[in-house]
Design a protein around this ligand. Structure first.
Ligand code: MLT
Ligand code: MN
Ligand code: ZN
Length: 301
């Protein structure tokens, strides 16, 4: 399976429009010390012809144009064969509404994420302009199912510690299907790609999926639990925002360092010191064999 990182930042991106933190200012200076990043999304393909996007960011239009294999081959066409949502957070779904130019879409999501996006959402009507504009394919947790029709890829949803999106909290009861990770298996190579971009903390199912993966993209949102508080930029701890911090003996970096496959951090918040080339935190990751995704990173499994 071929993989291209379309976006590697958490919601807001790097720099974030209303943020003047050290990292965002450095990104605007254009020195390369902190590279600008768009919001998290991955493109994957078994054959280089049909592509699937894992999460659909608000920056989808520019992300498609940044990668020629995702652009049309005919006057009306898209190589994008399907879109997969891991939760209902706006940085993961808002881009769907930007794909509204009367093109049929296939969207893979759990029933909870589908309902959270469609129910009572008057803007969703823009994707109901004609019969069959959106075909939903239901992801059931722990069930391997085909991704696309070629038989080349399968996908398995893994229930992952997380949360309802902010705009749905208190509106509905939480479910294990609100937040998932993905395991994509290439039928020909037998290789497994794990994708866990939102992880509130450890779990046995997560540990199993990551241990079996040849490469994992993992939640790199925050280095410390009080990152936003210490910078005076927010009041909530990482765990309250359902993100497992990287640093410290109980951090996710220590967990990842023990895994055999390639480990790549994604969904990185603009405040995170790992964004700064040469920082102590970045060097600690490098020493542990953990990579920091940047937009445009490619790999093949
Ligand atoms: C998150 O990753 O915690 C969410 O994207 C936050 C948000 O929706 O602003
Ligand atoms: Mn997010
Ligand atoms: Zn910032």
């Amino acid at each position: 399976v071929k993989v291209r990182v379309l976006g590697s930042a958490a919601g807001g991106g790097v720099p974030q429009w209303n943020c003047g933190c050290e990292n965002c200012r450095e990104a605007r200076r254009g020195t390369g010390v902190v590279r600008p990043r768009t919001q998290e999304s991955l493109a994957i393909s078994a054959d280089g012809a049909a592509w699937f996007l894992l999460n659909v960011s608000p920056e989808i239009r520019a992300q498609i144009e940044s990668f020629p294999p995702l652009t049309p081959r005919e006057p009306r066409h898209s190589p994008i064969a399907g879109l997969v949502l891991t939760n209902g957070d706006l940085d993961h779904c808002l881009g769907l509404l930007s794909l509204r130019e009367s093109h049929p879409l296939t969207v893979y999501a759990t029933e909870s994420v589908r309902a959270g996006f469609t129910a009572g959402n008057v803007l969703y009507r823009t994707l109901e302009r004609f019969e069959g504009q959106v075909t939903w394919r239901t992801l059931a947790v722990e069930r391997e199912q085909p991704l696309g029709d070629s038989g080349l890829l399968t996908i398995t949803a893994i229930a992952t510690p997380g949360n309802l999106p902010l705009h749905l909290k208190s509106l509905r009861a939480p479910s294990p299907e609100d937040n998932i990770g993905l395991v994509v298996r290439d039928a020909r190579s037998g290789k497994r790609l794990a994708y866990f971009s939102g992880v509130a903390g450890p779990s046995p199912a997560l540990a199993r999926a990551v241990a079996e993966a040849d490469a994992v993209f993992f939640d790199g949102t925050f280095w410390t639990s009080d990152e936003l508080i210490a910078l005076g930029l927010g009041t909530r701890r990482a765990e309250e925002m359902s993100h497992w911090p990287l640093g410290g003996p109980e951090g996710s970096a220590a967990f990842l360092a023990r895994q055999r496959g390639r480990k790549i951090l994604i969904h990185i918040n603009n405040t995170n010191p790992i964004l700064r080339e040469g920082s102590a935190e970045r060097r600690a990751l490098e020493a542990a064999g953990i990579e920091v995704a940047a937009d445009g990173l490619e790999l093949a499994l």
